[in-house]
Design a binder for this molecule. Structure first.
Ligand code: NAD
Length: 500
């Protein structure tokens, strides 16, 4: 079964074993002429194929195709866009196993999570498809002399730049609302995991999206990504990735005054008070950091535990971490897979020395695993302080930093004492405390007595270095659309007469 899933993934990308993966521009495959780079399988180290870095001319062509397709797509009735996007969702659903298998192959994510992630990609399309007919709706804001009404119009061709951690699901989250709003899209997936984005291209073509509405260019961030974000005809950039890349993109887009939407890094606290349901808190804390190989923006990478229960709680967590099933991502029993790339593994591994140097103790894990592939032991740092780098920097691996706190004020101070502000998790059975701490947390999203459970109508996004803007519900349309106000005089209101 495990092998057959891997075969399914290899079959899905078989064409790109023979020839490099190029681009999809104006409804056609473009082999590309740019530099070649390799894509490898994190679980085995095997080279899966080669990809082309898009040249400046190829980026121009992709943006040109998106620009040419924009007027007709923007003018397409919302109901028709709705039907096409539902068709895409149907095909995603039909190919969900294949998509999930490809994510296991090039991103090293585990089947048990990816099988659901592919379904969520379809849900993202359905959710925004259903809102397409209302996307242009505005408000009526009348005065005594004027009828003001607002309407929303798609902003134009947009760039969507995505990371490698859950490539398919994350990209649909951006691409679906952009298309539903009437924007055309140029997508640049992450260079380490480009294949599921290729499946999305095939799905869009099969669904009958008009040529140029959805384009994809492959390549490196510093070349293809940079060109795209500097391009005059790209009107907005939806970016998911590291905070420092967000800063670079803001600089790159500043000359052409790009609108940006950033979903960036996190160092999210899970705060466990002594009155909480501790068994459920253990489940959630372990799930939120070790699922997705710890490569999750909303991971609960800092475990803040009230001192009175600290040792007992940490003991329970440590027992779970020791017991995690690490291995073949295609095996549905596997809970933790490999890290994405040697460079990323080196980064995660480097924090072991940082932890020791700062005076923390490695209670569980701490080493690369002695087996082929980029596997790192699930790791738990204890006796840590909020001042340490392991408590402040995003490690983005299966690594949890545990810190003790004394009381509510101490918990809030420690939780907020980071550059980031994406998510916060809070465990308490005291309602007043739940409300007080939720209000005080510097984070875009707070979950109380819960792990990250996403509901698409709610706003998703971060504060501080974790992002700009919100996804979900109508917030997505606010980003991909311009709001226009039209003021009509209802009668003969007084107009100042100059030069009479
Ligand atoms: P990254 O910033 O290195 O790369 C993300 C994308 O940006 C890739 O496609 C890359 O090629 C491109 N890129 C890199 N430099 C660029 C440049 N100068 N101009 C244009 N594009 C450029 O991020 P990553 O390592 O792929 O992903 C991990 C990061 O993503 C983590 O920090 C994680 O927290 C974050 N993330 C955030 C969210 C969220 O919702 N907040 C979700 C998932 C991941």
């Amino acid at each position: 079964m495990t092998q057959s899933r891997r075969d399914m993934a290899l079959q899905a990308i078989a064409a790109f074993k023979e020839r490099p993966l190029g681009h999809f521009i104006g409804g056609a495959d473009v082999p590309g002429e740019g530099a070649l780079f390799e894509v490898s399988e994190p679980a085995t180290g095997e080279i899966l194929g080669q990809t082309r870095d898009a040249t400046a001319a190829e980026v121009d062509a992709a943006v040109g195709a998106a620009k040419a397709a924009f007027p007709a797509w923007a003018a397409t009735p919302g109901d028709q866009r709705r039907k096409l996007l539902h068709k895409m969702a149907d095909i995603i659903q039909a190919r969900a196993d294949e998509i999930a298998a490809v994510e296991c192959l090039d991103a090293g994510q585990c089947w048990r999570f990816m099988s659901k992630a592919a379904e969520r990609g379809a849900e993202n399309f359905r959710f925004f498809a259903d809102r397409a007919p209302m996307a242009n709706d505005g408000q009526s804001l009348p005065t005594a002399t004027h009828l003001n009404y607002t309407l929303r119009q798609p902003i134009g061709p947009v760039a969507v730049i995505t990371p490698w951690n859950t490539p398919f699901m994350l990209s649909t989250w951006k691409i679906a609302p952009a298309l539903a709003a009437g924007c055309t899209v140029v997508h640049k997936p992450a260079e380490w995991s480009p294949y599921s984005a290729r499946l999305l291209v095939e799905i869009a073509a099969e669904a009958g999206l008009p040529p140029g509405v959805f384009n994809a260019v492959n390549g490196l961030g510093e070349t293809t990504g940079k060109r795209l974000t500097e391009h005059r005809d790209i009107k907005a950039i939806a970016f998911v990735g590291e905070s420092k890349t967000g800063s670079a993109i803001m600089r790159q887009g500043s000359e052409t005054l790009k609108r940006v939407h950033f979903e960036l890094g996190g160092k999210n606290p899970v705060i466990v008070f002594e009155d909480a349901d501790l068994d459920r808190a253990v489940d959630a804390a372990v799930f939120m950091i070790y699922s997705l190989n710890g490569q999750r923006c909303t991971s609960s990478s800092r475990l803040l535990v009230q001192r009175s229960i600290h040792d007992a709680f940490i003991e329970k967590v440590a027992a779970r971490v020791r017991n995690l099933k690490v291995g073949d991502p295609f095996d549905p029993a596997t809970e933790v897979g490999p890290l994405i790339h040697q460079r990323h593994l080196d980064k995660v591994a480097s924090y072991m020395d940082v932890a020791r140097a700062d005076g923390a103790r490695i209670a569980v894990g701490g080493c690369r695993m002695d087996r082929p592939g980029l596997f790192f032991e699930p790791t738990l740092f204890v006796e840590a302080e909020q001042t340490m780098r392991i408590a402040r920097e995003e490690i983005f691996g299966p690594v949890l930093t545990a810190i003790a706190f004394d009381d509510e004020a101490d918990a809030i101070a420690k939780a907020n004492d980071v550059e980031y502000g994406l998510a916060g998790y809070l465990w308490t059975n005291d309602l007043g405390r739940a409300i007080r701490v939720s209000n005080a947390l510097e984070a875009g999203m707070v979950w109380v007595n819960s792990e990250n459970v996403r509901h698409l109508p709610t706003p998703f996004g971060g504060t501080k270095a974790s992002g700009i803007g919100r996804d979900g519900g109508d917030w997505s349309f606010d980003f991909y659309m311009e709001t226009k106000n039209v003021a009509l005089a209802t009668g003969q209101h007084k107009i100042q007469r100059l030069g009479v």
